[in-house]
Design a protein around this ligand. Structure first.
Ligand SMILES: Nc1ncnc2c1ncn2[C@@H]1O[C@H](COP(=O)(O)OP(=O)(O)OP(=O)(O)O)[C@@H](O)[C@H]1O
Ligand SMILES: [Mg+2]
Length: 281
């Protein structure tokens, strides 16, 4: 699924340069579950953002399904992200004014999915995470664990190839943490996902097939839990034009209709050259 070679990432702050990644080599097999641990500030989130096409490396190759994300035009990366990559974050990143159902639907807005099909798929995704009875509730009316379930439904409703999760249980109590990890594990198994999960929690990391450790921007490996990597059937993915809610939505709070009618750019071909960095404002 992924093949990274010599990936470096430098952040520039004034005259200072922070080397967040220093030559990361990594192969993630189709259907693998990789956990990534490591001390704070050592490059875990940076690695995840580069895997997700949310940021570009300063140097190196980030092959995803045979294509180097680092070389693709921004519109193409956006396409890949919208279609093939689901994100789950520590802070859930739901839109507070939208219901659970609408939050999940936002992931399908950029895809060519009719309103009816969107509603149906979002309903099924919420049922799959055990929230079939909470469709009209806004995030403020849901517990932390329930909000994270909505975020998981939003990440998975488009049937991505990859799920990238950055500390998905960091804001949850222990019981809820176990529930959410159990849910992610079930989804991983049943849906043939490739999963990369960043966590500080060793009890979670141990459940993965392989544990990577980021230290000073370098990636090492700890242990392998079980035998050969499971290679589940490929999931289906529809065509895409623009990204889903990756958690990086602008702070203003659109309605679902506004999202639909917002004149989202046509990203099939904008003729632009690759940018050095991807910026999200
Ligand atoms: N946008 C940015 N601009 C400048 N420096 C950054 C930026 N993002 C990350 N960094 C720096 O890069 C390094 C790695 O950050 P990163 O967020 O990847 O760490 P992390 O391992 O995810 O940490 P944590 O466990 O606290 O989430 C840190 O020194 C951080 O300050
Ligand atoms: Mg982080």
């Amino acid at each position: 699924m992924y093949k990274l070679s010599g990936v470096t990432k430098n952040y520039h702050k004034g005259r200072e340069t922070v080397a967040a990644l220093r030559g990361v080599d990594l192969v993630v097999e189709d259907g693998e579950w990789l956990a990534v641990q490591g001390p704070t500030g050592h490059g875990k989130s940076t690695l995840l953002q580069i895997l997700g096409g949310l940021d570009r490396p300063s140097a190196g190759i980030v092959e995803f399904d045979g294509r180097d994300l680092a070389q693709l035009r921004e519109a193409e990366v956006t396409n890949v992200r919208a279609r093939d990559i689901g994100f789950v974050f520590q802070t859930f990143n739901l839109i507070p004014t939208l219901s659970a159902l609408e939050n999940v639907e936002t992931a399908l807005v950029p895809l060519r999915v009719s309103a009816d099909a969107r509603r149906q798929r979002a309903t099924m995704a919420l049922e799959a995470v055990g929230l079939g009875d909470r469709l009209p509730h806004v995030p403020g009316e849901l517990s932390g664990g329930q909000q994270q379930r909505v975020a998981i439904a939003r990440a998975l409703v488009k049937e991505p190839k990859v799920l990238l999760a950055d500390e998905p249980t960091g804001n949850l109590d222990e019981d809820t943490r176990d529930e959410i990890i159990g849910l992610l594990e079930t989804m991983w198994r049943e849906r043939g996902l490739t999963m990369v999960l960043v966590t500080h929690d060793s009890s979670i990391a141990r459940r993965a097939q392989r544990i990577g450790v980021m230290k000073n921007g370098r990636l090492g490996f700890k242990q392998s839990r079980q035998g050969p990597v499971v290679r589940p059937a490929q999931v289906q993915a529809g065509p895409a034009r623009v990204p889903e809610g990756t958690g990086l939505e602008p702070p203003d709070l659109p309605s679902l209709d506004e999202l639909e009618d917002s004149g989202l750019p046509d990203l099939e071909d904008d003729g632009s050259e690759p940018a050095d960095t991807v910026t999200f404002d």
